[in-house]
Design a protein around this ligand. Structure first.
Ligand code: ADP
Length: 734
């Protein structure tokens, strides 16, 4: 028996407890049945795995099912052999990939260094003379020969896929960590898995787990819904429990009173839950289970999508992998291939009788695998787990405009990321304060998306730790479960990890933002995922790697989405007044300073009113966010205060116009203020070394987004308003 699977057997018991740990921290452990997809043998080459002669280790399992990830850091991967290479060159090489190829040939300008002090800033040299460029190319080539180093000691359940990826890239893995710094640190759960990293890149952002919990995600999307209700209608209406129980009850009663034929259904999801745990459907607010023991349950109650798109009469959802490559500037990639997970009982619209039928209403693999109807299919387009591309093609065959579906999905992803970025930036500056050495970050997220019957995509949730396991548990005999390799997992997930690493390769020039912008506008006619596309080989890179399976979408589509980034501008103000100590909350003095600096008080709105506003909002939010790290006003409370101030000042406008106007006013005041400060500091510090001046500037997040950029954001917004005939414009009152 293969050593690898002997080890799996020995570790099985340990895995459960370790996996439970991971689960508690929000690890999603979606898994795929091995036989659900049968790769086309002519085009797919698995890295030394052959599903047909898979060894299986069995264990008898009791009633309780271990759904969580395991710490598999000792799965040394003896089964990994070299990667066979196809010379199949990608037909759809996009501009980005082309540019990387150029770079590899040593003709591109190079990355000269990156600031590790705040955000993922990377400096690209301006154009240089030929001699200089050649010198750099030589230096680069020498550097390129040094393999990139990856610390995989904390990779946990993604270790197997990571090992395969590193091997394919011919990079160097440090499975036990390294005394000196590595280029990349791969964490299984959180940014904090490894403390004291001062350089390199980490595959998790600080605060991502917290931001993507169901309540926080709902809050972040809700802020955007207030500003842009039409653009953010892809997220079901949600209420946060227990604090919004009254609003929920009242609104539902009103809806029912107004129209007795309406009988909506709601889905209740525990805040930190995953894999369908604790989820239930209700039709009446009185059915809510509000307490867990003596504690009020933190949960989200959400409008239930009653008419999902069905395939083979079954409800299904989509798992899409998304890479946030950088927060500043914002860079987003979407994996061209994803997974679809099917229910195992034919769908019927909810009624009192079927509310508890989880196999009909919930698509989680971890639940449906226990249904007698779960199908481990040999084909990609049957069974309970299929590739996204196979489902899209199936729909295309029925005449569905799948290019539009795919474009809508991309738009949903970009808008969702734009909603969570403001708070992520607050976490970022708290953990990696400006001016202090620290790593830069990137992260793979798992988006769960439902298609409605009318083909509109709906966001269900975003997983900060999507399962990257490439083996799965399978019942090999009645009551006997074992771990077996899963070719479809390996194909999709190794591709995502490997190509994420390629994009984060510290030796490579970052593809210029302008080149991504040139790459085209956003249309309802996006290139759709192509079956087998991830298997295409690009012979220029690393000798024999497939073309990238990750598609750049932002800043490529900046023009179409930049106007939505209003909350980020509010967050920039918030961070500006937080100070430089790594705080996440504004104290009363800092809030007053904000009001004074931006000249927001006057005889009608005195500083005493400012204090009352601060106390009122902060008190309410401290009750709403009980696990807050420190006292004071957090970003969400600040956003509420900002909306209030904007409403006061620009009464006759609609909310988003109010907010834009107040932002412009505040930014102009700060700019003027900074101009004065600059002139002052210039006159008394002419002798300061350049490096110190630069660092002083980088401490200020507003300055990190120069005036022309901020103006461009405002212009984008104004332009969008002009192009959007539905927008009402009102007169500015003040
Ligand atoms: P978990 O993190 O526990 O998996 P999800 O939010 O993903 O929680 O919900 C679990 C499942 O419930 C989803 O996979 C989907 O099938 C179903 N579901 C969730 N929200 C809705 C909704 N608003 N309408 C219809 N089905 C939903």
């Amino acid at each position: 028996m293969c050593d690898h699977y002997v080890e799996v057997k020995v570790q099985l018991e340990q895995m459960k407890s370790l996996g439970e740990d991971a689960e508690k921290q929000g690890v999603d452990t979606e898994q795929v049945p091995v036989s659900s997809v049968s790769p086309d043998p002519s085009s797919i080459t698995l890295a030394g795995r052959d599903a047909s002669n898979t060894s299986i280790t069995c264990k008898h399992r009791g009633k309780s099912h271990s759904k969580s990830g395991k710490d598999d850091k000792n799965l040394c991967g003896k089964h990994i052999s070299g990667v066979s290479v196809s010379t199949h060159v990608g037909k759809n090489l996009n501009r980005l990939e082309h540019e990387q190829t150029l770079h590899i040939k040593g003709t591109g300008r190079i990355l000269q260094g990156k600031s590790e002090t705040n955000g993922n800033y990377v400096t690209i040299h301006p154009s240089k003379n030929i001699q200089e460029t050649r010198r750099e190319d030589g230096y680069n080539l020498a550097r390129k020969r040094k393999p990139v180093t990856v610390d995989s000691s904390k990779a946990k359940t993604s270790l197997e896929a990571l090992k395969l990826s590193i091997k394919q890239l011919k990079w160097k893995e440090f499975p036990l960590g390294r005394r000196t710094a590595c280029d990349i640190y791969w964490h299984g759960v959180s940014f904090h898995d490894n403390e004291h990293i001062v350089s390199g890149q980490v595959n998790k952002f600080p605060g991502m787990i917290e931001m993507l919990r169901k309540i926080n995600l709902s809050r972040a999307v809700r802020t955007m819904q207030e500003l842009f209700p039409e653009e953010y209608d892809f997220y079901p209406r949600s209420w946060i429990l227990p604090e919004e129980f009254q609003q929920f009850s009242t609104q539902i009663c009103m809806v029912k009173e107004n129209d007795a034929t309406v009988n909506p259904t709601f889905i209740v999801k525990p805040d930190g839950g995953s894999q369908g745990d604790g989820i239930y459907l209700i039709r009446d607010p009185s059915d809510l289970k509000l307490m867990a023991g003596s504690q009020a349950k933190q949960a989200v109650v959400q409008e239930y999508i009653q008419k999902p798109l069905l395939v083979d009469k079954l409800k299904f959802d989509i798992r899409l992998y998304v890479l946030i490559k950088s927060l500043e500037p914002l860079e987003i990639y979407i994996a061209k291939e994803g997974l679809t997970r099917f229910c195992t009982e034919p769908y019927q619209e909810p009624c009192q009788k079927n509310l508890s039928h989880v196999f009909m209403h919930l698509t989680n693999y971890s639940l449906n695998v226990h249904s007698g109807n779960f199908v481990h299919s040999d084909s990609q387009n049957t069974g309970s787990k299929r590739t996204l591309s196979s489902v899209l093609y199936r729909l295309a065959a029925k005449g569905v405009d799948i290019k539009k579906v795919w474009s809508d999905i991309i738009a949903l992803v970009i808008k969702t990321v734009i909603a969570v970025v403001p708070e992520l930036k607050v976490y970022y500056q708290a953990d990696i304060p400006p001016g202090k050495p620290g790593p830069t970050c990137f992260q793979i997220l798992g988006f769960d998306i439902l298609l409605m019957k009318n083909l509109k995509p709906v966001l269900l949730e975003v997983n900060s730790n999507p399962s990257m396991r490439i083996e799965h548990e399978q019942e090999v005999a009645p009551g006997v479960f074992g771990y077996v390799p899963s070719p479809v997992d390996e194909e999709v997930k190794v591709g995502v990890i490997r190509d994420t690493l390629r994009l984060m390769d510290p030796r490579h020039r970052k593809p210029s933002i302008s080149s991504q912008l040139r790459a085209g506008g956003f249309e309802h006619g996006e290139a759709i995922p192509v079956e087998g596309e991830t298997r295409e080989r690009n012979p220029d890179e690393g000798g024999a790697l497939p073309s990238l399976c990750l598609k750049p979408v932002y800043p490529k589509y900046t023009k179409q989405f930049n106007y939505l980034r209003l909350a980020e501008r509010i967050a920039a103000l918030f961070i500006r007044f937080l100070g430089v100590k790594g705080n996440m909350r504004l104290g009363p003095t800092a809030f007053r300073t904000f009001i004074r600096t931006c000249k927001l008080s006057n005889s009608n709105f005195t500083m005493a009113s400012v204090d009352i506003l601060y106390i009122d909002i902060t008190r309410r939010w401290s009750g709403a966010v009980p696990d807050s790290r420190e006292a004071g006003m957090g970003l969400q409370a600040f956003v509420e205060a900002f909306f209030y101030l904007a409403g006061r000042r620009f009464k006759s406008l609609v909310l988003r116009e109010q907010v834009v106007s107040l932002l412009e006013l505040c930014e102009a005041q700060l700019e003027a203020q900074l101009g004065i400060e600059d002139r002052r500091s210039l006159s008394c510090s002419r002798a300061l070394p350049r490096a110190i001046k630069t660092q002083t500037l980088s401490l200020n997040p507003l300055l990190s987004s120069p005036a022309p950029l901020r103006r461009a954001a405002s212009q984008d917004y104004r332009l969008h308003q002009r192009l959007n005939p539905r927008t009402l414009r009102a007169n500015v009152e003040n």
